[in-house]
Design a protein around this ligand. Structure first.
Ligand SMILES: Nc1nc2c(ncn2[C@@H]2O[C@H](COP(=O)(O)OP(=O)(O)OP(=O)(O)O)[C@@H](O)[C@H]2O)c(=O)[nH]1
Length: 395
């Protein structure tokens, strides 16, 4: 009898033990497939199955499984350079006036000293003419301005220096044709970006101006793309790309020595595809007397226009080249239809009168002026504010 009882107890213990081993195994089989260490499942997930979940051992104890992200290749977090915030454009010319006035003051001082004479005789009027001509206003424009001023002084019987100065300022301002449309067409239209082509001779400041305009537009909440169609000078594309990085604009570049027209075309295409507001195309500097290069510029424009008309062709003129710049400008206007002039380096010349000569000769408005190498040293051109700077102290 004792043997029977012992045999029954042994049987019960064996059965209980077998059940104890089986149950956890069955429970594990119900879990989703697992991967990695800490699991006991060996089944491989099929291709269609969701990413493997890593279930810690505790899951067996009935705790909710922790879901970890599947192991992927490490994500490279690109460090974006901190974008710069350009200064507002409103009133820039006034803010930069001191800089302009510094270089123009000789004209202002000279004129004021003549105007302060008791009597404006023939010699005095000649001196006024000479001052304006040597400030690059141009002979023709000077004669018109002085003639009109003389007439006003005579008719109105103007006496004080302040009055004559004010009348001269009015004449100079009117010679700058304040009614001309100086707006820069940079707004996207017809489902595509506005396209600006920037042209001019070597070293006039094309790349710098592209960068400065780009900054202004981005500050105004626009999206901008640069096209580095200056494929002759690798450094120019590099320089433009640097401007782009600083303000957050993409730069489309081509191979060095490549076809500038194709880079310009690609830049506009990229601008259209990515929904950019304004595409600025920087072209290579060229001498206006090199026919081949000028023809190439015409080609750049024609190729870009396969996407639609160019909205603005800006001619960059270096103010320090004075009257020579006028001949350059004339040749450019014959090859491409220039819609606006940007006069750069006005901070470096005492001959700001070139603005009057340029507009008069070309009949094209000066839209912007460059007043330094700094990123915000570009101002919308305002005739009255400019004349105040040209004449120096408010007198
Ligand atoms: N003082 C002064 N310097 C300027 C101004 N604009 C441009 N510059 C300088 O002029 C030099 C030539 O400028 P870039 O922009 O490289 O001229 P670019 O026309 O693109 O030259 P290329 O590509 O060689 O044809 C640079 O040193 C600029 O910093 C300005 O308004 N004032």
């Amino acid at each position: 009898m004792e043997y029977v009882v012992a045999a029954v107890i042994l049987l019960v213990v064996l059965v209980a033990g077998a059940v104890g081993l089986m149950v956890p195994r069955m429970r594990r089989r119900e879990l989703p497939p697992q991967a990695g260490g800490g699991t006991t499942t060996l089944e491989r997930p099929t291709e269609e199955e969701p990413p493997p979940l890593v279930v810690p051992a505790e899951a067996d104890e009935g705790l909710p499984p922790l879901i970890e992200a599947p192991v992927e290749s490490p994500v490279v977090v690109e460090e974006k350079p901190e974008l710069e915030k350009p200064e507002p454009t409103a009133g820039r010319l006034v803010r930069l006036r001191a800089r302009l006035a510094r270089s123009q003051s000789s004209l202002g001082r000279g004129l004021l000293s003549v105007l302060s004479r008791d009597h404006l005789d023939e010699d005095a009027w000649e001196e006024i003419e000479d001052s304006l001509i040597s400030a690059d206003v141009g002979v023709e424009a000077t004669q018109v301005i002085v003639e009109r001023l003389r007439e006003r002084v005579r008719v109105l019987g103007t006496r004080t220096v302040a009055e004559v100065r004010a009348q001269l300022a009015e004449e100079l301002t009117s010679a700058l044709e304040p009614g001309m449309d100086r707006t820069l067409r940079t707004t996207p239209h017809d489902g595509r970006p506005a396209v600006l082509l920037v042209v001019g001779v070597n070293g006039a400041g094309k790349t710098t101006t592209c960068g400065k305009i780009g900054r202004v537009l981005i500050a105004d909440g626009r999206t901008v793309l640069f096209g580095a169609a200056d494929t002759f000078r690798a450094a120019a594309a590099e320089q433009l790309a640097t401007w782009g990085e600083r303000v957050g604009a993409e730069t489309v570049r081509g191979p060095e020595g490549g076809d500038p027209a194709s880079v310009a075309f690609d830049a506009v295409k990229r601008g259209i595809d990515t929904g950019i507001d304004t595409v600025l195309i920087d072209t290579a500097g060229r001498l206006q007397n090199k026919v081949g290069l000028m023809d190439e510029l015409g080609k750049v424009k024609r190729v870009v226009e396969k996407h639609g008309p160019v909205d603005e062709t800006l001619l960059i003129l270096d103010a320090t080249t004075g009257q020579n710049g006028l001949e350059q400008a004339r040749v450019f206007t014959e090859v491409v239809d220039v819609t606006g002039v940007v006069l750069t380096k006005l901070d470096g010349t005492a001959k700001g009168g070139i603005v009057i000569a340029v507009q008069r000769k070309l009949g094209i408005p000066v839209k912007l002026v460059g007043l330094g190498e700094g990123p915000d040293d570009l101002a919308p051109f305002e005739p009255a504010a400019f004349v105040e700077a040209l004449l120096g102290s408010d007198g």
